[in-house]
Design a protein around this ligand. Structure first.
Ligand SMILES: [Zn+2]
Length: 635
C-alpha cells in the first residue's frame, strides 16, 4: 500500500503551519493523523490553529513531541508532581517511548486534566510528554490492570497495526459506493451469536461476532463465518456493540485465524468483554469442551481494540464512518451509527438496548442526524411482552426481601455478573441506606465483584444520577460498607449457616457457579427465599425451579442426590436490560428521523416477526425479518 496519501497530507500541513513550528514527522494512527513536532508548547498554545487544520483536512489531529525535546523521565515525574495538585492522588506514572506519552494514573483524573485541560497542557509545555490520564478505580480491578499491562507492552505492535489500518482507510474509495448489502451471519430469528456483515464496493465491516452459549454444537454455537461473501483478508473492521458473549464471544477466533485489523468499541466494552471472554475460556476448559481459540487471542483482541467515546466520529473503512451512541443496556453498550459514502446512506444497528432510564444507565439515544435503515433487536418484541415498570419491580423486590429478613431467612438472588448485578446493588444500597429494608450484609460472590470494579473505573458511562452522586456528592454507592466480597469456600459455609443476609451470586440461571452451591445449602430452609430477576432459559436449573419442581436431583461425585425445595421461590419481572414491547414501539415512534426500512433481529422467530409486522402496520415503515444466511440489499 502506498503512502502517497500521507505525503499529500504532510505537504498540506506544512503549507498551513507557521514557519516557526518544526515538523519532525507525520503518521497515521488509525483514522487519526499524528504530528510529531519539536515545538509541542507552541502547538498546545494554539488550539485554534490545530482545530482549523483538522477542519481543513477533515481529519482528527493529534500533536506529539519529537523524541529530541522530551524531558528525562525522572525529571518529568518530579515536574508532574509539582504541577498537579496533591488532591488528584496520583498512583502511578509510566512512559511510552513509542508514542511520547506519559501515562498518569490518578484517583481523581479530572484534577490532572485541570479546568479546560489547563493542567495537562502545563505538563506538555514543561516536559514535552503528552499526558494520557487514566482513572485508578476505587475498587481495584484485576482485568483493568491486566489490560493496562498488555497495552504497555504492545505499544510498538499497536502503532504498526494502526499505521497499516490508517493507510487502508485513508486511501479513500476506489469504486462508486453505489450499493450496500447486509448479510445475516448469526442472531437473526434467534437470540445468540449475533453477527452481520456490512458490505459496499469499497468496504467490509463486521457488526458483532458473538457465540450462542446455550448452543449444543459448533454449528449452533458460532456464527456462519463460512458465507461466500466473507473473507478475513478483506475485512476492514469489526464493531462490537457490547460486552455480552452473544455479541463479542467469537471475536478472538477472528484473530486466531489471521485477522489483523481493529475492533471498535467503547472502553467499558473492551474491559468487560475481556473479563467475560476469559471466563468463557475457563468454563469451557473446566467442562472439557474447549473453545476454538485461547487466552492469547483474547489478548490480541485487547491489543487491536480501538476505543471510542459516545459521539466520536471515526473512519472505520474507506467509505464508512462510525459513531457510537448510548444503548442503555449495560455499561458501555452502544448503538452503531454507520455513515456510508458521502452522506448516501445511514444505518443504525441498535445492538441490545433499553429505552427506559434505569438506576445504572441513561435510556438509549433516539436522536440521529440521518437514518435510512434501522437494524433493531426484538428480544421482547412479542405483543404479550409487557413488563412492569422498573419502579414497581423495585417495590416488589423490597417487599419480598423485607419479609424474608423479618422471618430471619436469607435472600439468594442468582444474577448475571455484568449489568443486572450492579443495577441490584444500587437498588439494595439505596433502600438499605434509607432504612426501608433491614441493614444486613450483602454478599457479592463470583465475577460480580470484578465487573463492579470495572464499573467504578468508568463512572462517566453511568446514569446522570449516579454521576452526580459520585462526582458532586462524593458518595459512591458501589463502595458502600454494606457490600461484602466473598473470597473462599469457608466463607460461603459461614454465610449459609450465619445470620440473615442477601446473597448475589453467578450464574444467573443456576447453570453452574456458586449460585448453585448456595441453592443446595438453602433449598431446605423454609425461611429463606430464592428470587429470580433475569431470564431463565429452557433446560436450565433455574427454569425448572421456577416452574415449581420441588424435588431436584443433582449429580454429586457420581451419585444422584435429591434436594427437596422448601425455600420460597419468587420471580420478579421488570429488571431486564432489554426494552419491552411498548418501549420497542415507542423507540421507533420517537426516532428523530423516520427510517425508510427496519430490519428486526435478536429474538425468537415469532417475536421478531410480530414486532416487524406491528411496525409495518401502525407506522407504515417497510420491515424485514431475514433468516441467518440471507442477504439484504439496503441500497
Ligand atoms: Zn446483551
Amino acid at each position: 500500500m502506498s503512502s502517497e496519501i500521507l505525503e499529500e497530507i504532510k505537504a498540506a500541513i506544512v503549507k498551513k503551519l507557521p514557519e516557526r513550528i518544526q515538523l519532525a514527522n507525520i503518521e497515521f494512527e488509525g483514522s487519526e493523523v499524528v504530528i510529531y513536532t519539536k515545538n509541542p508548547e507552541i502547538m498546545t498554545d494554539n488550539e485554534g490553529l490545530i482545530r482549523k487544520l483538522a477542519k481543513d483536512l477533515r481529519k482528527r489531529i493529534i500533536i506529539r513531541s519529537d523524541k529530541s525535546v522530551l524531558l528525562d523521565p525522572e525529571k518529568t515525574i518530579t515536574k508532574i508532581h509539582e504541577i498537579v495538585p496533591k488532591e488528584a492522588e496520583i498512583t502511578n506514572i509510566g512512559f511510552d517511548d513509542v508514542t511520547s506519552e506519559v501515562r498518569i494514573e490518578a484517583k481523581k483524573p479530572g484534577i490532572v486534566i485541570g479546568k479546560f485541560g489547563v493542567t495537562s497542557r502545563e505538563i506538555v509545555r514543561n516536559t514535552g510528554w503528552a499526558p494520557k490520564i487514566l482513572r485508578t478505580p476505587p475498587i481495584p480491578s484485576e482485568i483493568i490492570e491486566k489490560i493496562r499491562h498488555i497495552l504497555k507492552h504492545s505499544s510498538k505492535e499497536r502503532k504498526q497495526s494502526l499505521q497499516a489500518f490508517g493507510l487502508r482507510v485513508h486511501q479513500g474509495s476506489k469504486h462508486d459506493s453505489d450499493w450496500i448489502r447486509l448479510t445475516s451471519m448469526g442472531g437473526f430469528r434467534e437470540v445468540g451469536r449475533s453477527c452481520m456483515l456490512l458490505q459496499t464496493p469499497n468496504s467490509r465491516v463486521l457488526l458483532d461476532c458473538g457465540v450462542n452459549v446455550a448452543g449444543h454444537d459448533d454449528k449452533s454455537s458460532f456464527p456462519y463465518l463460512n458465507v461466500p461473501e466473507f473473507s478475513l483478508n478483506e475485512l476492514d473492521a469489526v464493531v462490537v456493540s457490547h460486552a455480552h458473549l452473544d455479541h463479542c464471544g467469537f471475536v478472538p477466533y477472528l484473530y486466531h485465524y489471521g485477522y489483523e485489523g481493529p475492533v471498535f468499541c467503547t472502553t467499558p466494552t473492551r474491559d468487560l468483554m475481556t473479563l467475560l471472554q476469559l471466563d468463557h475460556i475457563d468454563i469451557a476448559h473446566r467442562e472439557d469442551n474447549p473453545l476454538p481459540f485461547n487466552v492469547k487471542h483474547v489478548e490480541k483482541t485487547v491489543k487491536r481494540a480501538v476505543t471510542l467515546d459516545y459521539g466520536e466520529v471515526t473512519n472505520i473503512a474507506p467509505d464508512i464512518k462510525l459513531t457510537l451512541h448510548n444503548a442503555g443496556h449495560i455499561l458501555g453498550s452502544a448503538m452503531s451509527h454507520l455513515h456510508v459514502g458521502d452522506g448516501q446512506h445511514n444505518i443504525v444497528y441498535t445492538g441490545d438496548f433499553k429505552y427506559e432510564r434505569s438506576r445504572l444507565l441513561e435510556p438509549a439515544t433516539s436522536k440521529f442526524p440521518r437514518l435510512e435503515t434501522l437494524v433493531m433487536e426484538s428480544t421482547y418484541g412479542g405483543h404479550e411482552d409487557v413488563q412492569p415498570s422498573r419502579n414497581s419491580a423495585e417495590k416488589e423486590l423490597m417487599k419480598i426481601i423485607y419479609k424474608t429478613l423479618k422471618q430471619k431467612g436469607k435472600v439468594l438472588i442468582p444474577v448475571f455478573a455484568v449489568g443486572r448485578a450492579q443495577e441490584l446493588m444500587i437498588v439494595l444500597e439505596e433502600y438499605m441506606s434509607h432504612g426501608i429494608i433491614e441493614e444486613v450484609p450483602i454478599h457479592i460472590d463470583g465475577m460480580i465483584w470484578e465487573a463492579t470494579a470495572i464499573h467504578t473505573a468508568r463512572p462517566e458511562y453511568l446514569s446522570k444520577d449516579l454521576r452526580d452522586q459520585i462526582f458532586h456528592a462524593g458518595r459512591n454507592p458501589f463502595i458502600s460498607d454494606a457490600f461484602h466480597k466473598v473470597i473462599n469456600h469457608n466463607e460461603r459455609k459461614d454465610i449459609v449457616e450465619g445470620e440473615p443476609s442477601i446473597i448475589l451470586s453467578t450464574s444467573g440461571m443456576l447453570t453452574g457457579g456458586n449460585s448453585v452451591e448456595y441453592f443446595k445449602a438453602l433449598s431446605g430452609d423454609e425461611k429463606s427465599t430464592l428470587i429470580f430477576v433475569g431470564y431463565q432459559s429452557e433446560g436450565s436449573l433455574g427454569r425448572r425451579i421456577q416452574k415449581g419442581w420441588t424435588e431436584i436431583p443433582m449429580l454429586e461425585e457420581g451419585k444422584t442426590k435429591v434436594y427437596h425445595v422448601k425455600m420460597n421461590i419468587e420471580t420478579i419481572k421488570g429488571f431486564s436490560g432489554h426494552s419491552n414491547r411498548r418501549q420497542l414501539m415507542d423507540y421507533v415512534k420517537r426516532l428523530s428521523v423516520k427510517p425508510g426500512k427496519i430490519i428486526t433481529c435478536h429474538g425468537d422467530p415469532y417475536k421478531t416477526a410480530d414486532l416487524a409486522s406491528s411496525i409495518h402496520r401502525s407506522l407504515k415503515i417497510e420491515t424485514k425479518t431475514p433468516l441467518n444466511l440471507e442477504c439484504t440489499r439496503l441500497q
